[in-house]
Design a protein around this ligand. Structure first.
Ligand SMILES: [Zn+2]
Length: 150
């Protein structure tokens, strides 16, 4: 299941990606281009704008809440999604991460990370490197909390 979030749902898009869900995000495009993007890639539109949703040729979902946590819970419930591995998709680019060796990542990650043989992954689009550590653990913890409340 693939989604396209509109300009008002940037935080939601990031959190869906952290949860392993494919969610593209459009910040600047006009309605027509936005709708075409969704149709071309067969994405379900996520929006707060009822008028925009009504103009869509494919499926569109109007997100009810203003709050990211509620939105996330809403999407997971409405589409019966399951949380995937949180280290699969770049939060910035929505691109699937690729494994990278600590030798290739040398100099681009903190020394304590490269020396303790963490699982490393890199975004092929923005080259950001992700690894299991404080940041990813806190994302996972927050997601678990949100989704447990469903
Ligand atoms: Zn990226």
């Amino acid at each position: 299941m693939k989604f396209l979030a509109d300009a008002m749902l940037g935080r939601l898009a990031r959190w869906l990606r952290f949860a392993g869900v494919d969610c593209a995000y459009e910040r600047d495009r006009q309605d027509e281009a936005f709708l075409r993007h969704a149709a071309d890639e067969k994405r379900i539109i996520l929006t707060r704008d009822k008028k925009l949703a009504a103009k869509a040729s494919g499926p569109a979902y109007v997100v009810g809440s203003d709050h990211c946590r509620d939105q996330l819970r809403d999407i997971f419930t409405s589409f019966t999604l399951h949380q995937g591995d949180i280290l699969t998709r770049c939060g910035d680019c929505n691109v699937v991460l690729a494994p990278i060796s600590s030798a290739d990542a040398f100099g681009r990650i903190p020394l304590h990370v490269s020396s303790s043989c963490h699982e490393l992954k890199m975004c092929p689009s923005c080259s950001k490197i992700y690894w299991r550590g404080a940041h990813v653990d806190s994302i996972e913890c927050t997601l678990r909390k949100i989704l447990k409340e469903m």
